[in-house]
Design a protein around this ligand. Structure first.
Ligand SMILES: Nc1nc2c(ncn2[C@@H]2O[C@H](COP(=O)(O)OP(=O)(O)OP(=O)(O)O)[C@@H](O)[C@H]2O)c(=O)[nH]1
Ligand SMILES: [Mg+2]
Length: 196
């Protein structure tokens, strides 16, 4: 997709506050620090658009970005950050589950896993929940520049067996090398097609 314009729209605290709109949208989900905001910046070719940080758990709202005035990307708050205050952790599930279940215009969730970590119980729980709710999911394995080719192959095999997702459904990605950029955009474009 040719990205002509990107605009930050709003940070919504819940489904009820999301923009009233007919535009399709794609959400980005995964544990804290997995690279959601970095992936969005990379896909949109905008370095500092979405704030990334070394402090996990910063994103606590549904952050809306409009692309070409015809599509939204939604940066979701991460899960699994044990050090986040309890009040933040307790809000996560109703906020994110409520949004994912209730948002009519949601076409797919890009679900991120860190190449260097085994999928956590929370990762697996979230994937189960997406499957139960029949939400189209695009799994992406992030930060692959941090491992060797061999480690990547081992990690993909491990993730595949832990999640039950076949290896060819896992798209390896790096913001450093931009590997996976084209593949992730292709998967998003497929999810946006009317018959998808
Ligand atoms: N080497 C490398 N670092 C990455 C990559 N993607 C993200 N990072 C780094 O990982 C850290 C977390 O990235 P973010 O994009 O902020 O992660 P997030 O999932 O948005 O985190 P929260 O908003 O806290 O849930 C940052 O220091 C990024 O620079 C990647 O592909 N390669
Ligand atoms: Mg973030």
């Amino acid at each position: 997709m040719l990205v002509k314009s990107v605009d930050f729209i709003t940070s919504a605290p819940s489904l009820a506050s999301c923009p009233v709109s007919e535009w399709p949208e794609i959400a980005f989900a995964g544990r804290s620090n997995v690279g959601k905001s970095s992936l969005i910046n990379c896909l949109l070719n905008r370095k500092g658009l979405v704030r990334t940080s070394s402090t996990p758990g910063r994103t606590q709202l549904l952050n809306y970005f409009a692309i070409n005035e015809s599509l939204y990307f939604v940066d979701l708050p991460g899960y699994g950050f044990a050090r986040a205050p309890r009040s933040v952790r307790e809000k996560w599930q109703p906020m994110v589950h409520g949004y994912l279940k209730g948002r009519q215009s949601l076409r797919a969730v890009v679900w991120l896993l860190d190449v260097r970590r085994d999928p956590s119980p929370e990762d697996l729980e979230f994937l189960d929940w997406l499957e139960e709710n029949e939400i189209p999911t695009i799994p992406v394995v992030t930060k692959i520049d941090k491992v060797s080719k061999n480690q990547l192959a081992r990690s993909l095999a491990k993730i595949s067996s832990a999640t039950g997702l076949s290896k060819d459904l896992l798209t390896p990605f790096s913001v450093q090398t931009r590997q996976g950029y084209k593949e992730v955009w292709e998967l998003i474009s497929m999810a946006l097609e009317p018959e998808a």
